[in-house]
Design a protein around this ligand. Sequence first.
Ligand SMILES: Nc1ncnc2c1ncn2[C@@H]1O[C@H](COP(=O)(O)OP(=O)(O)OP(=O)(O)O)[C@@H](O)[C@H]1O
Ligand SMILES: [Mg+2]
Length: 358
Amino acid sequence: MVVRGLNLTGFRNYKTLSAKFSPSCNWIIGSNGQGKTNLVEAIHYLCNLESFRTRKTTILLNTGSCATRLVGEVERNSVLHKIDITVNEKGRRVLLDHKVLQRTSEYMLSFASLAFAPEGVSLFRNQPQERRRFFNRTLSLLDSTHLADLQSYKEVLGQKNILLKKQQREAEIKPWNELLARYGVSITKKRQKFVAQVNETLSSVFQELTGREDALELQYEPALRSWDKGEGSVLHEIESSLERERQYGHALVGPHRDDYRMQLGERRDREFFSQGEYRITYLSLKLCINSVLIKKTGNHPVIILDDLFSELDQRVVNHTISTLEKMENQVFITSTTLPQGGAVHGEKIQIIQGRIVE
Ligand SMILES: Nc1ncnc2c1ncn2[C@@H]1O[C@H](COP(=O)(O)OP(=O)(O)OP(=O)(O)O)[C@@H](O)[C@H]1O
Ligand SMILES: [Mg+2]
């Protein structure tokens, strides 16, 4: 997938902007506070219908404007699509090739960008729900049935929680537990498989970027201990926590309580990772997700690297650049300066006060 061009009206600090991009590497260069992140945020919004730094869409509107418009030309499988998004205080309207888009999920499976941004670097420091949200979204890009399973699971969980709050009898809750066991096994298996796919290359990507020898592993901590023993065992596991669930008034066992961790050698993330290690392990994870996406879908997501070089040492910076140059994805990198030493490939776009300077 390639974003060929973008027109913005009233987006963040851009009154208007019209830009064309290279299908390979695009360097967005400028001093602090000029609009580099805002530009890649708009590209990410065009690809994913969400920002990587806020869920409040009204913040995207240029101060004083009542709406913002993003119009992009996006190429996918050699076909050029026109995407026209308007966001105002009431909501959002998306036109894909001049037709109103009804379902966000269809769009998500068609267009995608992967962002590496300072906000995401805290993923393994944040609450588990942030990680579940991140991995749910990533897995849904790979498998549309996963999204459907998640939605069904959530609905059933809601029903069960209502019954638990009303202190209903076990017989009333049983059919919901059976459904939770079915969807729970399916969701857990997919998460397990995905994590195994990521781990096939995670260590080697990390070692290539850093020159270090430690093994890097993404660890999946499923809440269902018996997930690999079949639905019967899982149902038994869920049912055996009924008393506790009644006390708390909500369901305590199932993939809505899963977690993910990172381990570098013998050291686990929250207790031991340095600032730079959070960044570089997160970057390695993103690059592995990119490989899994390409292998599974044949599509190359747009890669966005915001403020890539802060807190990374020179060796990691050099290796990251050479890794990016080998990739077939379209890449956007924001930085206050071009990296030192040697020419960089691709297009350079200079931003000053919300404008592109030729
Ligand atoms: N909705 C908005 N309306 C107007 N200006 C905004 C809006 N949101 C953010 N800005 C401003 O846009 C400017 C550029 O922000 P941006 O985050 O893109 O900077 P940057 O070039 O990435 O800087 P840095 O190098 O510090 O990361 C900032 O001054 C910010 O306050
Ligand atoms: Mg920035």
